[in-house]
Ligand binder design. Structure first.
Ligand SMILES: Cc1cc2nc3c(=O)[nH]c(=O)nc-3n(C[C@H](O)[C@H](O)[C@H](O)COP(=O)(O)OP(=O)(O)OC[C@H]3O[C@@H](n4cnc5c(N)ncnc54)[C@H](O)[C@@H]3O)c2cc1C
Length: 400
């Protein structure tokens, strides 16, 4: 090994670019390989909701606390990627009224700022709300531009010396007696082999395929989520206030809004059936609280795939599991030094995931390097041209 370990990060979503940024800032030699454009996986196919954590406060307080902590951090380092719309959890007559009271208390226990509003006060903030909405909770949800934030991570990583390679699938990983030895990357139909000291598998729903290249078994249970971009203009994020269900969320993006999502198991994250019923369901579930959706246009429909992961079923060991996400240490778990896989989590908590993975990678090299990503602003605050190096193909409209 040279003096500076060479780390290959596989996957150019929020998680992979966040890890590349963190490791490059800590002085490691980083290459990130992404098979398509940056953010072409789940990162570019989600609501774009900057969670306050209120959605998880009742059922998963640990994730809720992580969300509110990272919500604060992202506002301080990536203000230019966030629209501070605020969010409302609204009480509709079809939903259990006591649930709003539970959510309010759970938010307080998780230190999520929460304010109860009457129906009239809620409609003053979000005029699209139905007259049937009798009360609401206001929380610090927001809208986030996932492309801008992912490209900002990549640009920061590049400025700290990382090689960021979109359009470059990883096609093979070679191991020797010491663990990971090299990786094969394909670009423009040419392949190259690079020596690596460490591989971080941040390939989301495709993480099992990357693990398999090194002969390692990682099993996820992917589920697809349907989303639709509509021409409804909304002031705030609107959440139905009920136990987590499909079609609960509306997120404003400029003059448009994304509705989501469904949650249906799929076999293969690249090949799965999509049908109009899923989109109709989103309108049906959200129209009672936002009647303007009745006459809205569906501008674009798209699907994201969640890499749901069950640590118990996968045989992950206790130290592998961290707050809503899992870092699998393949040295300990599979006797393959120099590789780990990160699965689960949220876009909102991607920076925290990246910090945990980077701590782990540095520890495996005996390096004591501080994480600085929570206090160092991301590039792009001076305007989009700063982020022009990495074109993306967004279904959610890019902000001007
Ligand atoms: C429907 C839906 C809605 C969601 N809404 C929200 C939300 O509103 N707010 C929120 O915080 N979170 C949300 N999430 C969760 C969030 O989208 C994910 O947690 C996050 O984007 C995952 O990022 P990632 O980088 O881990 O994975 P991905 O973005 O999927 O990145 C993995 C990357 O690996 C690449 N890859 C695959 N194979 C290879 C290979 N062989 N070589 C190189 N690269 C490869 C893929 O192309 C992909 O870009 C939602 C998820 C879904 C599915």
């Amino acid at each position: 090994m040279g003096e500076t370990p060479h780390v290959l990060v596989v996957g150019g979503g929020a998680t992979g670019t966040g890890i590349a940024r963190d490791l490059a800032m800590r002085g490691l030699d980083v290459t990130l390989a992404e098979r398509g454009p940056l953010a072409s996986g789940a990162t570019g196919r989600m609501h774009g909701l900057l969670h306050s954590g209120a959605r998880y406060a009742v059922a998963d307080p640990e994730s809720a606390r992580a969300c509110i902590a990272e919500n604060d951090v992202l506002r301080s380092i990536a203000d230019h990627c966030i629209d501070d719309t605020g969010g409302l959890f609204v009480q509709h007559p079809d939903d259990p009224p006591e649930y709003l009271d539970r959510k309010r208390e759970a938010c307080r226990e998780c230190s999520i700022p929460v304010e109860e509003l009457s129906g009239r006060e809620a409609r003053e903030r979000e005029p699209n709300l139905s007259k049937d909405v009798s009360r609401a909770l206001a929380v610090p949800d927001g809208a986030v531009d996932p492309y801008r934030l992912t490209v900002a991570n990549a640009t920061s990583a590049q400025r700290h010396g990382a090689d960021i390679l979109p359009g470059t699938p990883v096609t093979n990983l070679e191991t020797d007696d010491d663990g990971i030895a090299s990786a094969t990357l394909r670009s423009n139909d040419a392949t190259s082999t690079v020596d690596v000291e460490y591989v971080v598998n941040a390939a989301g729903a495709w993480a099992p395929d990357i693990a398999a290249l090194a002969g390692i078994d990682v099993s996820t249970r992917p589920t697809k989520g349907a989303l639709v971009l509509t021409d409804v203009e909304s002031a705030t994020v609107v959440n139905r206030c009920r136990p987590k269900a499909e079609g609960d969320i509306l997120v404003p993006h400029g003059t448009r809004a994304v509705l989501g999502a469904t949650d249906v198991p799929v076999e293969d994250p690249d090949e799965f059936p999509t049908n109009d019923d899923e989109i109709e369901l989103l309108f049906e579930e959200l129209e009672p609280v936002v009647p303007a959706l009745e006459n809205a246009q569906a501008i674009e429909t798209f699907w994201g795939v969640r890499p749901l992961f069950d640590p118990a079923k996968d045989g992950a060991v206790a130290g592998d599991i961290t707050r809503g996400f899992t870092v699998l240490d393949h040295e300990r778990r599979d006797d393959c030094p120099g590789m780990s896989t990160v699965v689960g989590g949220k876009f909102t908590t991607h920076r925290q995931m990246a910090e945990a993975v980077s701590d782990h990678v540095c520890a495996s090299f005996g390096l004591d390097r501080e994480c600085e990503t929570a206090s160092t602003p991301l590039p792009g605050g001076g305007g989009t041209p700063e982020l022009a190096s990495f074109p993306v193909e967004p279904p959610i409209p890019e902000w001007s």
